[in-house]
Each structure stands twice: as C-alpha cells, then as structure tokens.
Design a binder for this molecule. Structure first.
Ligand code: BGC
Length: 791
C-alpha cells in the first residue's frame, strides 16, 4: 500500500463557509504520529536513538516480516556451513557475469566450468527460464553440496515492459504508481528466472552533468526515501518466498551522486552533517523497509573508497542500522581499490573490502583468489567469511531456493507473464503520471484531436530505442510506441500527421540536410510538435556531460521553425535536467516526458490531447544554465542572502539565483488556488501535534490532480539549516470548481536533524511552514517548538 495513503484519515465534517463541499484530508508522515494514531504500533514507532526522521512504523513492519526470525533456517544454514570447505565458502561470495549487459571489464572465466566446480554463488546478467535453468542445474546437480545460484539483473524501470526512467517515475510523486511499476517488473523478471534486482538506486543527485541522475529519485532526501520504500515494497512484496517477488538492492552506498564536477566515478567529499541529513536518509529508509541487499559505490568518500569503507559497511550499515541482508560490491569495485590508491595490490584489496564488511564480490574474483592465503596469514578471519556466507545463504533460503531451486523456472509462467496487457496498461498509466507540463502559453495544450494537420518533427519523434532510456533491461527495442505513433493513434482519422526527423541529437552534428523537409512540412501544418532532447544513451552510467543544453543541431532547427510563427509544442525526452532557457522563452508549450518506456508514445499523446490532465512535478531543479549548478531548493540561506541591487550579497552578475523551474514544479491544464494556511495552534512541545491546513480550489476548466507540498524551515539552528525542507505531500483530485481542505500533522520529529555531534533531535525555537504547489510558490505561516528533544 502507498505509504502516504496509510496515514490518511478522511473526515466527513463539511465546512459550510465554502461554496463547494470540502473534504478534510489529514496527511501525516513519520513514525511519531503513527504511534499516536495507532496505539498498537506505539512500541515500533517510538523513535530509537538512532532512528531517522524518515523511519516509520509501516516500514518497520515490512522489515520485520521479511527478516522474521526463523530458527529452522538458522539450524539449516549452520549445518550447511559446517559441511562446507573454505573453497566452497569462497565460491558463495563470488558473483560472475553472463552475457547480458556488461558495464565493466568482462571476466575471462568460463562460468559454466566455474559453477560446476562450486566456485560461484551468484550470476548476474542472465535471464530467461531456459538459460537460468541450465546454470542452476550445474550448481544443483553437479556440485558436491548442490547449493543453488542466485540470479541478479538490473531490472531498474521494468523488465520486459519498460516503465519511464526512474527520475521520470519520481516526477509522478505517486507512490502507489511507483510501487506498481516495481511490482510489474518483479513479476516479469521472476518469471524469467531472476531472483534479484540491482534496484532501487537511492543516490541523491543534484548535478545534472552526472548521467546517473536519471536512475534515481532526484534531489530530495524525503521524497527519495518514500520512493525508495515504495520500490522495495514493489519488488520484494512482504514475502520473499513467493515466486513473483525478488530481492531488491539499495545502491550505491554511499554518496555516489556527489561525484565531483558530475563526472561519473569521481571523488566525493562531504561533511558529516550533510552526509547524515542529505545522503544517508534514503539508505536508512531502505533498511527500515527490509531491503535484502546493499551495493557499494564506486567512489571514494572522504578519502576511503566505499567498497573498502568499514565505517559505512560495518559501523553504520550492519551495526548502527542493524542491516540483516548482504552487501555486494559494484562491478569490479574491489579490484578498483588498487587504482584508487587505497590498496597496494589485488590481494590487499580483497583483505580491505572483506574486513570492511563486504559480503559478495561482483565479477572481480579477488575473494576467490586471495582470501584463502589471507586467512592462512591471519589477515582475515574465517569467521568473517562464514558471516558473509551466512548472509548470502539466508537470502537463498528466504527465496525458497533450497526447497525448490527451480521455482522461478516455469516456461508456462514465463509465456503468460511477459508483456501482459495489464502490465502495458500500467506502464502507460505510470508514464502519463510522470509527464511534467513545464510551459503552456495561451493554452496551446491540450491539442484538438481534429487539428487538420500536425507536423511531428525531431530525432526522437519516431525513435523506438530511445524511448526505453538507459536501462532497458530485457525490453525489446522494437516494442516501444513512438511519439509519432502515439499521436497517429490518438487523433481523428481525418487528421493529417506528417513527420520529418529534421535535426540530429549527435553532439557535434553539422548535418542540416533534413532541415528543408522539416520546414516544408511545418509550413503546411497547423501545429508543430517537436520530439527533441537527448538520446536514450546520453544519460545513465558513464554518461556525464559538460553541457546540459539540448545536444546537436536541434535548437538550430527550432529557431528556424520559430520563424514560421506557428504554435509549437516541445516534447522533451531526456535523462537529466536540461538548460532550456531559450526554449522556455520561445516555444509555446513544453512537456517533459523523460524517457517514457514501452508505452511512451501513447502516454504522451494522452497528455497532448487532454485525455490525461498532466499532474507530474519535478523531483529535481531545472537550472537556467550550467553555471548555476549545483542548484537545489533546500540550499542554505548564507550570511548574505541576495536582496535586489545588493552588490555584496550572494548572487551572479549575469543570471538570477533562481532556477528556471523549481523543485516540485509542474503545471496542469487547470489552475489551483491555495487559501492562506490555518494552524490549529502556533506552538507545540516535544510531544505535541500541530495541524496546518489549506483549502485548494480548482479554478480552471478541467478536472485535475494537484500535489500539495509541505515544507518547513528551521529559522535558527545549532548548525545552519536549509531554507526549506519537504516534509510531506498529498495528491488530491479536484473536479473543476471543487475545493478540498488538505491538512498536515506536524510533530517535533519532523523538525529533527543531525547536529554537529551527529545526535538527532529537534531544537526549540521558531519555524516557518510553507504549503504550495511547488517549492517556490507557497503560502507561509509561523510556529514554534517550545522545548528541544533528542531521539
Ligand atoms: C553499475 C551498477 C549495476 C552493475 C551491474 C555497475 O556498473 O554501477 O549500478 O547494478 O553495474 O550491472
């Protein structure tokens, strides 16, 4: 169930002073309120000293179910480990790659031979019933102990049926839809023999140069935490032994998104308070949600590579957070401790990473090659190896693989599950919810389905492959519906839809040979729809850019088309925030569609022609230009906040401080009016609850959905605090003319943060509270917290 919905209390009492009937919806977040609302869970929700602001009782329930004590399992694994030779144990820690998507150096090992010799515990990049069954047979029938293999794959935003890229899904702010997407992905992937996905990526990212910003949930730790939890719920369900659930992975631990200059794999350096307040919360949320595995990051963090970082893997993850699953390295990340200059050689790298708390090694095979000698030399303890083996075997057991190693190998189920009509429908639904309307001058959109001639132009307008984005998993490239096809399918048969590729998205393309045709078609049209942006392979891993402009000669063509004076709609496809200041000034309507997946063309057409009123909100700030980066809504005020004409205040000479589109921003075909905020009190103590409410009215001509956002600012803190922090949101559907009152319950727990000494608590003082439709466009009110509290 959607976490947000769990906390809804709908009150029916009407508010007579409004013309339309009102519904009061109480929305609250965090464990403390739930404890108040539900005495049964009080013990769970009681904030423990190390409990984070984003923990809550419902996620703890997920964690307890998945990690329920199982004495039978414990006894089984103890017995099994006692029978294993050291070589067999090291085999369990070893993961090799099959022939799927390879994202790093390929191992030369013959994996079939290695499996037969008991030297492999897990395989990645393998799927289909036939393939996985063949490998499983080697492990189960040809090895001495018959321990089944674990099959992992990057099922990131869909398996066969591809959903929008993760950043796009995050723009839906719809936790139920996001959970559903992960559920569908797990159903398809498990039907093809996969037990484990390397998702969700929960790295907070604030630098659009970094191509992997497309794989996460954006810049905000609160939204990122809720989305992480929804995805885990979708992948893992609440019972891992069901054959349609798979293990999830929280990655990349940690701070991978802070790569300097946005260059992938680059160094990171972060203060403790920033680490704990911004980068770790989504990871902590995944532990609370019962995530099965963690993946280390490639980067170093404050000088220590994450894959050899004992503080992260053992002190924080396994001890402080009591994570019970296992940790896998990223692809050859153990070997990379050598070029990092942290390990002297491969053997040293194996020693450092096992001792740091790593359990399974992806592809590099250094554990296999060196741990035996390291144990003989006394540099590594066999008990540490046993502990890692136990964690891995436990997951195999919880999946039910010891009971039936072939339970995910059912040809009939595979045939039934792949590309099911209901999955395609779900993908279309999530895709349209992910679309963000950035601009709509003169109500250019929605378009009429009887517009006589529509010219569809651009390199992305009829490209199937790009529609899938960077992680297409097992999605067939010939399957996606393109924008052109979506438009053709949506309009009246009388409409003439013409198409020209026109321009190129290749970085350095000078080829203008398509311009003339595009211009000629545009001249004949009543409206021009541009399918432009980045190629699907310009974001994702190792896809950093030093410019975030629309690449190639696409803008050049747009400038020429602009001269025709026709209405123009830009349908953007991209995996990162782009700087589109020129487009914002010159194009009538702009729709951000990310890479919308298998059903992308239909979903985009649903929005363009008004069958779906856009409701997406940006999960990440869009800068005016790259020079503003890093730019994010929850920044600090500084000692010299900018004031107009204030020369020695924090500002730029050549651009405003404000972004082009702020975090949380997104238009609708209708308009929403917010009333002033009403507070039921202006002060609370450490155990108090404050209710803040606004009335939202749909004043436009369409029914629509609004995401009402709650932000809080701590005006004075023992460390400087962000100018705003998202603390809650609620999606409401409003018919035209309708009003609803939306209320948020706020407790001291919402105000807590990690201080300089890394204690977590709320500090007495004054706070500003904001409610609005995006992070910049808000109403505000003040309240105070009468006493400090440490959790
Ligand atoms: C990526 C991971 C991915 C792994 C396996 C690595 O290169 O960083 O995110 O899960 O490959 O494909």
């Amino acid at each position: 169930m959607n976490i947000a919905h769990r906390f809804f209390t709908v009150r029916t009492k009407p508010f007579t002073f409004l013309i339309k009937p009102l519904m009061l919806v109480i929305f609250s977040v965090g464990g403390v309120e739930l404890a108040l609302a539900n005495a049964k869970n009080a013990a769970v929700a009681q904030a423990a000293p190390d409990e984070h602001v984003y923990s809550d009782a419902s996620s703890n329930i997920m964690r307890r179910t998945i990690y329920a004590p199982d004495p039978k399992m414990d006894a089984f694994i103890t017995r099994l480990i006692s029978k294993m030779t050291l070589e067999e144990k090291l085999g369990q820690l070893n993961q090799l790659s099959g022939e799927g998507d390879i994202t790093g150096p390929q191992s030369k090992t013959d994996y079939l031979e290695a499996i037969k010799a008991g030297r492999v515990g897990s395989m990645l990049n393998v799927f289909t019933v036939k393939y996985t069954q063949k490998l499983q047979r080697q492990a189960v029938e040809e090895t001495r102990l018959g321990i089944p293999l674990l099959f992992g794959y990057d099922v990131i935003h869909g398996h066969r049926t591809i959903f929008p890229i993760s950043l796009g899904e995050a723009a839906s702010w719809d936790l139920q839809a996001i959970e559903k997407s992960a559920r569908v992905a797990a159903s398809e992937a498990s039907a093809e023999g996969i037990h484990w996905t390397f998702a969700p990526m929960v790295d907070i990212a604030r630098d659009p140069r970094w191509g992997r910003i497309s794989e996460g949930a954006g810049e905000d730790p609160y939204l990122g935490s809720l989305i992480a939890r929804a995805r885990i719920k979708g992948f893992q369900g609440d019972d891992l032994s069901k054959p349609n659930t798979i293990l999830a992975t929280a990655k990349h631990f940690a701070v991978y998104g802070l790569a300097q200059a946005g260059r992938d794999y680059h160094t990171t350096d972060v203060s403790d308070v920033e680490l704990w307040n911004t980068y770790l919360p989504p990871f902590k949320a995944t532990v609370d949600a019962g995530v099965a595995t963690f993946m280390t990051a490639f980067n170093d963090l404050n000088g220590v590579p994450a894959t050899g970082n004992r503080y992260l893997l053992t002190d924080v993850l396994k001890q402080q957070w009591a994570f019970k699953g296992f940790v896998v390295s990223d692809y050859t990340a153990v070997n990379e401790l050598v070029p990092h200059g942290f390990a002297a050689n491969d053997k040293h790298a194996a020693e450092l990473s096992l001792n740091a708390g790593l359990d399974m090694e992806m592809v590099g095979q250094l554990f296999l090659g060196h741990l035996k000698t390291l144990i003989q030399e006394g540099k590594v303890k066999e008990s540490q190896v046993d502990a890692a083996v136990r964690r891995i075997l436990e997951m195999k057991y919880r999946l039910g693989l010891f009971e039936d190693p072939y339970r995910y190998n059912n040809e009939k189920r595979q045939a039934r599950e792949i590309y099911k009509p209901e999955y395609l429908e779900a993908a279309r639904d999530v895709a349209r919810k992910s679309i963000v309307l950035l601009k709509n001058k003169n109500r250019t959109l929605p378009l009429s389905k009887t517009t006589p001639t529509i010219a569809v132009i651009g390199p992305l307008a009829d490209s199937r492959r790009d529609m899938l984005g960077s992680w297409h998993a097992a999605g067939n490239w010939d399957k996606p519906i393109t924008l052109l096809e979506g438009i053709k399918a949506a309009v009246d048969p009388s409409v003439k839809v013409t198409y020209a590729k026109g321009a190129s998205y290749d970085f350095f393309s000078k080829d203008e040979s398509g311009f003339a045709e595009a211009i000629a078609l545009a001249k004949e049209a009543d409206v021009i729809v541009l399918g432009m942006g980045e190629s699907g392979r310009m974001s994702g891993e190792a896809r950093s850019r030093t410019s975030i402009d629309i690449p190639g000669n696409q803008q050049k063509l747009m400038r020429k088309l602009k001269k025709l004076g026709k209405p123009m709609v830009l349908v953007l496809m991209n995996g990162r925030p782009l700087s589109i200041s020129w487009e914002d000034e010159n194009i009538d309507a702009i729709v951000e569609t990310w890479f919308a997946g298998t059903m992308g063309g239909n979903a985009i057409a649903d929005v363009l022609f008004g069958d779906y009123n856009p409701s997406g909100k940006l999960p990440v700030t869009f800068p005016r230009n790259l020079g503003q980066v890093p730019i994010y809504y929850n920044m600090k005020n500084t000692g010299r906040p900018h004031v107009p004409n204030g020369e020695y205040t924090s500002h730029y000479l050549d651009a405003p401080n404000t972004p082009l589109y702020p975090f949380g921003y997104g238009l609708s075909y209708t308009q929403f009016r917010y009333s002033d905020i009403e507070l039921d009190k202006t002060s609370i103590n450490a155990s108090g609850v404050l209710t803040a409410s606004v009335t939202v009215t749909n004043t436009g001509d369409y029914d629509g959905k609004e995401t009402v956002q709650l932000y809080i600012r701590d005006l004075v803190g023992s460390i400087t605090r962000p100018v705003k922090e998202l603390k809650g949101f609620q999606q409401i559907e409003l018919k035209k003319g309708e009003s609803k009152q939306v209320a948020f319950k706020i407790t001291a727990h919402h105000l807590a943060f990690y201080r300089q000494d890394l204690t977590f608590g709320a500090e007495a003082g004054d706070f500003q509270l904001f409610i609005g439709g995006d992070s910049a466009n808000v109403k505000s009110a003040h309240f105070s917290l009468g006493e400090s509290i440490q959790y």
